[in-house]
Write a protein that binds this ligand. Structure first.
Ligand SMILES: Cc1cc2nc3c(=O)[nH]c(=O)nc-3n(C[C@H](O)[C@H](O)[C@H](O)COP(=O)(O)O)c2cc1C
Length: 326
């Protein structure tokens, strides 16, 4: 998710749930090829398994970007065919590519020929008035033929004119049934459903019909929910879910100390953690203290431990707090 799942966010989510499959923000293939690769692609080994999501429409450029990303160690290369923003459409990227299945197939074939890791596609169930099942199947079939074995499907169509990206995540109705049918008609493909899924029971119900579930906003807004996802559904072999939120905060304190040495500002890390105590007493204090203090000049990693004290009532008081590194 753009401006959400950067490397700090992913590291944080990994502390909560070791079995998650994480995705980067959408990154332009052109930027990967021509821009500052380290800034765009660097990640912590703890993030594995992690997929990079690319936006592009030129097979050769996407192949080059995929190769670079694979060399950085990404476990999967995902192509965005779902973003409806005007800027993305102006570049003929994202959701509007659903209208050009042969082009997407050429892109996937070139990408898959360039890397050994899987190339996957994230898409929608349709665009504008091209929203029947045959249109979706007519997109998926050639792209699968070109080498894509996994489709992540946001179960809403995209309206390409007149709706903002935000509206495009809320206004078109969810049609999970379409994604279920896709799995029935293409049983050999791995089909992952996305869109509006926010409870353990919903995840369980979806897994009756498809191979996987992708969570977007729920993970960002209520990250601790992922601990219960880990406990109920995910492979525990990389390690169990974090036992409590405080352990996650302490791990992030150590991370922030490390990252600050590389010029990262506390706010860049802590902004992803504001929802950690969602629904618990003290959540507001946590959120407010962390948000205010992290933006101050010279804010230090210690502010995480102080914020923790706000929710645990561990005896530290805001009045005693010196937010600035000595
Ligand atoms: C702030 C924000 C940024 C997003 N950025 C991306 C993106 O970069 N790539 C992408 O495929 N989807 C992106 N999405 C869409 C989500 O991945 C997801 O498809 C959508 O929010 C529906 O799932 P959800 O109801 O679980 O959030 C973004 C969503 C939000 C809220």
């Amino acid at each position: 998710m753009l401006d959400v799942t950067d490397r700090h966010c992913r590291y944080f989510l990994r502390q909560i749930a070791p079995g998650l499959h994480l995705y980067t923000e959408m990154i332009s293939a052109a930027a990967v090829v021509h821009g500052d690769r380290s800034r765009l692609l660097a990640f912590d080994p703890a993030e594995h398994p992690v997929a990079v999501q690319l936006a592009g429409n030129e097979p050769a450029q996407l192949a080059a970007a995929s190769r670079i990303a694979a060399d950085f160690g990404y476990d999967e290369i995902n192509l965005n065919v779902g973003c409806p923003s005007d800027r993305v459409q102006d570049g003929r990227l994202g959701a509007c590519l659903m209208a050009e299945p042969e082009r997407v197939a050429d892109c996937v074939a070139a990408m898959q020929a360039a890397v050994a890791v899987p190339v996957t596609v994230k898409t929608r169930i349709g665009i504008d008035d091209r929203d029947d099942f045959d249109f979706l199947a007519g997109f998926v079939a050639p792209v699968a033929q070109a080498g894509c074995g996994t489709f992540i499907v946001h179960a809403r169509k995209a309206i390409l004119q007149g709706l903002s990206p935000h509206q495009n995540r809320t206004v078109p109705p969810l049609r999970h049934d379409r994604v279920h049918r896709l799995k029935r008609e293409f049983p050999q493909l791995r089909i992952v459903v996305n869109g509006g899924i926010a409870s353990l029971d919903e995840i369980e119900a979806q897994l009756e019909a498809v191979d996987g579930v992708m969570l977007g906003r729920k993970a960002a807004e209520d990250p601790w929910f992922l601990a219960s996802v880990q406990a109920r559904f995910l492979d525990a072999s990389p390690g169990p879910a974090a036992t409590d939120r405080a352990a996650v905060v302490r791990a992030m304190h150590a991370y922030l100390q490390r990252e600050q040495g590389r010029g990262v500002r506390p706010h860049q890390v802590t902004r992803h953690m504001l929802g950690l105590y969602r629904g618990l007493p003290g959540a507001r204090g946590w959120r407010r203290f962390l948000a205010e203090q992290a933006c101050r000049d010279g804010a230090s990693p210690e502010l995480l431990l102080w914020s923790l004290a706000q929710v645990t009532g561990a005896g530290k008081h805001i009045a005693d707090f010196t937010p600035v590194s000595s």
